[in-house]
Ligand binder design. Structure first.
Ligand code: FE
Length: 398
């Protein structure tokens, strides 16, 4: 038996945001990030629509990128004081993910973060509020998924929280918001979406339901990501839908070790030993994906699935092995086209820091919730080898 869960309503296309007017409720807490939604007027627009729906509105502003446990706890406390029956999160992955976790602590103040880290262990939500997510980036698809990534900065670890209770009730996929993404963000989030779809397609939990969504998402990303990166508006709009389809796939098919590696290195590695620029999630995925494809392709079922993707994309190759290699090359080529580094070294991770931390990171990555659905098993020692290949750009021949 398997389960397939999506939001009750997904509004997409031009002016999709207007549907906020139709939400039924008395009080809404709007959760938003650092300022771009305010700057471009989308926050005001959301508040206006909610007021038109007859709701009193409270704001939780300034959720940081890669939101912390502390931000989540503070937000939940503010929600408890206000008592919303709708939580409306607007922006990139960070404010929406933070709002999902706030929602759990708002409804269950006594629950611990540790217990929420256990996959599919959330208490029953919607006893106080429903959840609406409006995404401004085209990658995480958190507006339709059962996931939220929260960072414990004391441990330097990103925790993916997973439970169908946090799949939003309403998702709004309005292309106008995606137009605000800077080029680099469009590249990183686009590669995140591609990784979601590919990992979902080869996942051990993949099904016909998720395959259909994953394949269509990959087809659309291949058709529109480079143009979206260059700023083409139609391509941007198409990518906003493509990433949402990928999200529907991976929310139900789960992911694999590209994400395990990204989760466990994102908060640890920086651009240079002194710099404070974290390794962004989508950039990490883009770097790791080609190496993981080489590793996973040693599993016959995974190789067959990668070859199916390559064939669908019209890539050439006389054998399954050649098709997988064409797919790997295509992804590396996207990285080149969009100025994404091919190795951790090229990104600027300090060599000494890498060598000091790689074994601990490898162990953490293997323990990540995404490892369980990867098509090929992996040990901490092999994971360290794989990360080392991704650091120096070495071929994965094991
Ligand atoms: Fe992701």
């Amino acid at each position: 038996m398997a389960r397939f869960t999506l939001p009750r309503d997904i509004y997409f296309g031009e002016n999709a945001m207007e549907n906020l007017k139709n939400l039924q409720g008395k009080k809404a807490t709007v959760v938003v990030g650092g300022g771009s939604m305010k700057k471009y007027g989308f926050l005001d627009k959301a508040v206006t629509y909610l007021k038109e729906a007859g709701m009193e509105v409270d704001l939780i502003e300034g959720v940081e990128p890669d939101p912390s446990v502390e931000t989540v706890m503070k937000g939940a406390e503010k929600m408890r004081q206000f008592g919303p029956d709708w939580i409306v999160a607007i922006g990139g992955g960070s404010p929406i993910d933070a709002a999902k976790a706030m929602w759990a602590f708002y409804e269950y103040p006594e629950v611990t973060f540790e217990s929420l880290c256990i996959p599919f262990n959330f208490p029953m939500l919607r006893t106080k509020a429903k959840f609406c997510a409006i995404s401004s980036t085209s990658g995480t698809a958190t507006e339709v998924t059962a996931f939220s990534v929260i960072t414990d900065y004391q441990k330097g670890i990103k925790y993916p929280l997973a439970d169908f209770n946090i799949t939003p009730d309403v998702a709004i996929v309005d292309p106008e918001l995606a137009m605000t993404m800077p080029k680099k963000l469009a590249a990183h989030t686009g590669m995140d979406a591609l990784t979601h779809a590919i990992e979902a397609y080869v996942s051990t939990a993949a099904s016909s339901y998720t395959d259909a969504l994953a394949m269509k998402a990959i087809e659309m990303v291949a058709a529109y990501l480079p143009a979206s990166y260059r700023g083409n508006k139609e391509a941007r709009a198409q990518m906003h839908d493509a990433q949402c389809l990928a999200g529907m796939a991976f929310s139900n098919a789960l992911l694999g070790i590209v994400h395990s590696m990204a989760h466990k290195t994102g908060a640890v590695f920086h651009e240079g030993a002194m710099a404070n620029q974290h390794l962004p999630h989508g950039c990490a995925n883009a770097i790791y994906l080609p190496y993981v494809i080489s590793y996973n392709a040693h599993d016959p079922r995974a190789a067959k699935r990668y070859a199916e993707i390559a064939r669908m994309l019209g890539l050439t190759g006389g054998s399954e092995k050649a098709l997988v290699e064409s797919l790997r090359k295509l992804i590396a080529d996207y990285n080149t086209q969009m100025e994404i580094p091919h190795t951790l070294q090229e990104f600027g991770v300090d060599e000494k820091e890498f060598l000091e931390k790689v074994d601990a990171i490898a162990a953490n990555a293997v323990a990540d919730a995404c490892t369980g659905s990867n098509p090929r098993e992996i040990t901490p020692a092999v994971m360290a080898q794989l990360l080392t290949c991704a650091y120096y750009g070495r071929e994965v021949d094991f």
